[in-house]
Ligand binder design. Sequence first.
Ligand SMILES: C[S@@+](CC[C@H](N)C(=O)[O-])C[C@H]1O[C@@H](n2cnc3c(N)ncnc32)[C@H](O)[C@@H]1O
Length: 371
Amino acid sequence: MGHRTSKDPFVITSPFYFTVCQVGAEKALKEEMARIAPGLRFSFSRPGFVTFKLLEGEADGTWAPGSVFARAWGVSLGKGAEVAPLVQGLHARANGGLRLHVWERDQHLPGDEPPDFEQGPAAEALEARLRRDFPGVFLEGSQAREGDLVFDAVLIEREGPDHPAEIWWGWHVHTRAHSAFPGGRPPLELPELAPSRAWLKLEEMMHWTGSPLRAGDRALEVGSAPGGVSYAMLERGLSVIGIDPAKMDPVCLGNPRFKHIAEAANAVRRERLPEEIHWILLDMNVKPDVSLFAVDRLVSRAGPALLGVLLTVKLNDWKYAREIPHMIAHVKAMGLKNVRAAQLASHRREIAIAGFTRRGQMRLGGRIAQE
Ligand SMILES: C[S@@+](CC[C@H](N)C(=O)[O-])C[C@H]1O[C@@H](n2cnc3c(N)ncnc32)[C@H](O)[C@@H]1O
C-alpha cells in the first residue's frame, strides 16, 4: 500500500521515511541504514529523530527497516503541512478508524532529564487537539493492533515564547515488527521500590520479545546489582539467582525466591548453580565481547531446561555499534534462535540482544517468527 494511483486521491504518498532513536544514537542509526537500506539517503536529523529519502519510488507504510537503532518508523509526510487533508485521506483508507500516535521527540538520555523535566504533557495536549479537531476519526487508545493504519504526529519542538511548535506528520501500518506504542515507548512507570532504572529495561524487553518470562521460571542474572531487573522478575513470580560482587538491594535480598552469589561471573563454579535454569540475563558494565564470552560459558553449561537469553550489552564506545552483526552471530553460534538486537526507549548507550532455544521458541509460539 502507499502508492499513488490517479483513481485513488486518498492515498497519502511521500518519498520519505522517519525513524525514532535514542538521543545520541543518530550517527549510529545513519551508518546502520546506509548498510541495511542502500536505497535510502539520509535527509534530516534532530536528536532522537532522523528522516531518510528514497532514491526511487514512494515510501511504503508496511516497510520495516530491520534496524537495531530505530525504535519506531513510518512514512514521513514532513512538517507544517496542512493536517486536515492528511488525516482525512488516511481515514478514508482505514477500515473502521485511524489509530493515533502522538509523541514528543526524546530530548535527553533516560536518567539524564533535568529535575523539572516532564515528558508527556505537551504530546497529550497535541493529541487532545487532534481528537477534538477530527471527531470520530481516531480509535480510542493508542496501543496499535496488527493491521491498524496509524497516523503519526511527532512533536519535534515544543512551542516557545518566540516560535510555534514544530510538528512532523507521518503514518504507518502496524505490524509485529513495530512497537505498538507511540514513538516506540511503552507506557511504563518505575515503581518506587525498584532498586534501579534497569527495572524499565526488563519490562521493556518483555514487550519487545512477546513476554517470554513466566511465574515459576528460574533466571540467572549476571551483573544483577543493585537489582532493578531482579526485582522486576521477582515481582513477576520468577526465582532469581543474581551474580554480582556489588551489593544487592534489601528488597531483593529479603525475597525467599532470590539468591545472591556475590562473585565475579567468571569466578562462579558450576556446583554453585542449579541444574535447571530457564533464562540467562546479563547486564555487566564491561566491553561487549567480555559480556558475550560470559554468556557463552553459561549457556554451554546450562541444561536442557534453558529457554533463552536476554542480554543488555553496553556500547561504551560507539565503534561497538559496527560490531552488532558479529554479536548477533556470536549468540547464534551458542545454538540460540531468533536472535535479535534492539535499542529500546529505556536504554542509555546499550542495546538488548535476545535469543531463544527451541523450547523457548515453542513457548512463544506464534508471537515470534520461527527461524
Ligand atoms: C548496569 S549495572 C547492572 C544493573 C542491574 N542489572 C540492575 O538491574 O540493577 C552493572 C553491574 O555489572 C556488575 N559487574 C561488572 N563486572 C562483573 C563481573 N565480572 N561479574 C559480575 N558482575 C559484574 C557491576 O558490579 C554492576 O553492578
